[in-house]
Design a protein around this ligand. Structure first.
Ligand code: 0L1
Ligand code: MG
Length: 262
């Protein structure tokens, strides 16, 4: 690691304050170009610790940059991972309150809920499906704290991978017999289609995202516990939203999610 514990704590405070005060900041690697991947995840962990110390509950995990196109664009081969908070949860049919956010975008995802612990390394799609209780449709509201979404990967990881709000609901569905790679997803904004994808947009198969998360946690001696909720990453492009927008996301087999932007 290149940064001192004091600097990691102060960068966590800087980024979390930007989130809570909905203030844009410049990417932190501008001032700290030597920061490494471990520093980036350590800052993210320090943000999580600040929140849990105040009584915030961690509701799950999220993967980001899971499409091959986005990974190529950022020059990486692995997705990035962050955490979801209890206060970030919006019910299906609920409101995305832009007064609490900077420049929100929405993206359609597939979420997994586990029934058994998953521990990497060596985790693969088969192990994930065997450990899965059910899948759900989900929408992530991302809201990078960086001005105009100008960032690099280490800055994004430190900023909890732009995590802000999340919505789930629909039909909890057994994965056995479900063709998740070919499962179609259509996102509409104000009645117009703004995104179309299949589950294959997420690393070829969304369970691959869960396997990679389990493997990353395994390298740190951690695991995904039974009951864990994991959002596997955007299948559609992220779409900017503004007050007055109505979002509807339709999934094959998994139902429909709706939300209003206020
Ligand atoms: O969930 C995501 O894919 C977001 C990753 C961070 C990059 C962004 O804010 O677009
Ligand atoms: Mg996402």
């Amino acid at each position: 690691m290149a940064l001192t514990p004091d600097l990691i704590a102060s960068l966590a405070e800087h980024l979390e304050t930007a989130e809570l005060e909905r203030r844009e900041v410049v990417k932190i690697t501008d001032a700290h170009p030597d920061m490494d991947w471990d520093d980036a995840y350590a800052i993210q962990a320090a943000i999580r610790d600040r929140k849990t110390a105040r009584g915030v509950a961690i509701a799950g995990y999220k993967a980001g940059l899971t499409s091959h196109a986005k990974m190529k664009q950022m020059g990486v081969t692995d997705p990035v991972f962050g955490f979801l908070t209890d206060y970030g949860m919006i019910p299906d049919g609920g409101e995305i309150d832009t007064a609490t956010l900077i420049h929100p975008k929405v993206e359609a995802e597939i979420a997994f809920v586990l029934k058994h612990e998953l521990k990497g390394p060596g985790c693969h799609i088969g192990a994930v499906l065997a450990a899965t209780d059910f899948v759900l449709p989900a929408v992530e509201v991302i809201d990078s704290r960086y001005k105009d979404f100008i960032f690099d990967l280490k800055s994004v990881i430190a900023d909890n991978t732009s995590a802000a709000r999340w919505i789930t609901g629909g039909i909890a569905t057994d994965v056995r017999g479900l063709d998740l790679s070919n499962l179609a997803i259509v996102m509409e904004k104000n009645g117009e289609v703004v995104g179309e994808a299949t589950g294959a947009a997420v690393l070829g198969h969304p369970a691959q995202s869960v396997a990679m998360l389990a493997n990353m946690l395994g390298r740190r001696g951690e695991s995904l516990l039974a009951g864990a909720f994991i959002m596997t990453g955007g299948a559609t492009e992220a779409v900017m939203v503004h007050p007055g927008d109505e979002i509807r996301v339709r999934y094959d087999h998994l139902g429909t999610l709706t939300m209003r932007v206020v």
